[in-house]
Design a protein around this ligand. Structure first.
Ligand code: NAD
Ligand code: TYD
Length: 365
């Protein structure tokens, strides 16, 4: 496959996937299609924007006619679909946008792929990126101890590829629906598809409405850290470059029609992450240990807040040999350092200046 459409490539995970593919596969044409919503930022890709095998197209995945044109004009034979509305809190306020982008946008891409490929699917692939949140929430139970399948630190149950979908938030309901559409296109038309469900990602270029970049920025500016509820909720965290690496392996070697879970066997309670973030940020800023502990502010819980997510990624390790490369403490230090070093990026994405960046950069192309 040579002409790969990556949707949502100007977002957090998408930018890491685009960078990896553009650098690693000079003989692939990488077409990054992104609407540049508030979460999309071309500054995330500054280092590769002039590479000959990279092209950016500003478009909305819901705009079927444009998407079909993009498929035909660029002879797309592979899709890695990441474009989505991705923030749970926003989905609670505005579920329609989530249904529209995540469900109708995915359907529009699938239909365009089907029409363009005219149901000749040889050497074609539609790879859909999804989340562990579609599986619902796990209990916090008495731990067996150890951070492995069969006994995590916060419970013995894990999400596997066989776990029944049970989404709770409008975000995860919309993602679940899009996963079903992808599988329906495989089962109905024989489209070669792949679906992966990954746990929470962290790392550089994440929009600072999500826990980790938001809190690093707040600590830097000595602003309150709004911990939802009691901070007891558990998430399973994976460094974003490990996710991008998994996507690369699965795109090339995954079994068509299959699903893979991606996760780090790395469960943390929110409050413990917040403490680690304070400790790491203070250390890197040369502040006294404990100086910013008082920024922790318990606030009203998120509505329908899922208690625990924990992914069992044994299948991916067993079948395709992938495993996470970074310890969480290492990854967090690297990440905090990146946000501290890239204050201008932080200010740009929060001020809307990236829109001007886009206009200046691309008005003549
Ligand atoms: P993000 O919000 O950082 O980026 C989303 C990107 O999609 C942005 O660049 C945005 O401009 C683009 N986009 C949004 N609506 C669009 C539309 N209608 N047309 C074209 N482009 C549009 O999201 P992210 O955290 O990078 O997540 C990427 C994907 O990975 C999503 O599908 C998400 O569900 C999934 N995922 C995320 C995580 C996580 O922890 N962030 C974990 C598992 C799976
Ligand atoms: P988030 O980064 O929004 O990811 P997700 O909801 O997809 O897991 O949140 C991670 C966890 O942190 C989640 O349990 C909600 C919690 N959280 C807070 O306690 N305070 C905050 O300000 C944010 C943004 C999240």
């Amino acid at each position: 496959m040579r002409n790969i459409l990556i949707t949502g490539g100007a977002g957090f995970i998408g930018s890491h996937v685009v960078r990896l593919f553009v650098n690693k596969y000079p003989n692939y044409n990488i077409i990054n299609l992104d609407k540049l919503t508030y979460a999309g930022n071309l500054a995330n890709l500054k280092d590769i924007e002039n590479k000959p095998n990279y092209k950016f197209i500003k478009a909305d995945i819901c705009d079927f006619d444009t998407i079909l044109k993009v498929f035909k004009e660029n002879k797309i034979d592979g899709v890695i679909h990441l474009a989505a509305e991705s923030h749970v809190d926003r989905s609670i306020k505005d579920p329609f946008t989530f249904a529209n982008t995540n469900v109708m946008g995915t359907l529009s891409l699938l239909q365009a792929a089907k029409e363009c490929w005219q149901e000749d699917f040889s050497n074609k692939l539609f790879y859909h990126i999804s989340t562990d949140e579609v599986y619902g929430a796990l209990e916090l139970t008495n731990p067996k101890g150890g951070n492995e399948p069969g006994g995590g630190p916060f419970g013995n149950e894990f999400f596997t590829e066989e776990t029944k979908y049970n989404p709770h938030s409008p975000y995860s309901a919309a993602k679940a629906s899009s996963d079903h559409f992808v599988r329906a296109f495989h089962d109905t038309y024989g489209m070669p598809t792949l679906v992966t469900n990954c746990s929470n990602n962290y790392g550089p270029y994440q929009f600072p409405e999500k826990l980790i970049p938001l809190f690093v920025n707040n600590i830097r500016h000595k602003k309150p850290l709004p911990v939802y509820g009691k901070g007891e909720n558990v998430r399973d965290w994976l460094y974003v470059e490990d996710h991008a690496r998994a996507i690369d392996i699965i795109f090339h070697k995954g079994k068509i029609g299959d699903t893979y879970n991606i996760g780090g066997f790395n469960e943390w309670k929110n409050i413990d992450i917040v403490k680690l973030l304070i400790k790491t940020t203070d250390k890197l800023l040369g502040r006294k240990e404990g100086e910013d502990d008082n920024l922790i502010t318990y606030v009203t819980d998120r509505k329908g807040h899922d208690l625990r997510y924990a992914i069992d990624s044994t299948k991916l390790k067993r079948e395709l040999g992938w495993q996470p490369s970074l310890q969480f403490e290492q990854g967090i230090e690297k990440t905090v350092q990146w946000y501290l070093d890239n204050q201008q990026w932080m200010e740009n994405v929060t001020s809307g200046d990236y829109q001007k960046y886009y206009d200046d950069m691309y008005k003549n192309r």
